[in-house]
Design a protein around this ligand. Sequence first.
Ligand code: IMP
Length: 195
Amino acid sequence: MKLVIASNNFNKIREIKEILGKAFDPIISMREAGIDLEVVEDADSFMGNARKKAEECARLLPEAAVLADDSGLCVDALGGAPGVFSARYSGEGHDDAANRAKLLDALANIPFEERNAHFGCAMVLLRPNEEETTAYGMVNGKILFEERGQHGFGYDSLFLYEPAGLSFAEMDAEQKNAISHRHNALMLLLAALEA
Ligand code: IMP
């Protein structure tokens, strides 16, 4: 069955293809499916936003399976912030560098032991005439005191993955994709489909 990803992000789609390629064929982006959709991400949870994207996309493509995700960073010492505001933590416009600067500022007086955080990723799969399938993946880490590494995007250079002693930006894509919140969510989704 055809699967449309409610995104045009090439890296995300490649990662999804690697894990769900056995369950769906072809796997294509929204643009490849011929739709252009700007969804307002105003829900109060990653799952709520993922569901909203999946539902709006599925309304336009009633015959296809549709998968949407939403993700972000949650910092314990900040009560879970930036959470659903991860992309626009420092204001509208999605400025990753400004978001990281604001995070470092917010944690300026917080010692290492209290800098626990996790990336979360919610996935919602909608298929014609089936109940929705959802999955939530996480990866735990610590927020560093300064940026480390050149790879990645978003908060990667501030996120220390302790088992490897590396920030996400010090890992290459393959290393990060093997342990990431998105990877964990996709594996749980695949397990739910196979169950
Ligand atoms: P989205 O789910 O792709 O919309 O991601 C929302 C925001 O969360 C991104 O703009 C980043 O700021 C942050 N984020 C989500 N996943 C990651 C990641 O793997 N690394 C770094 N930042 C991330």
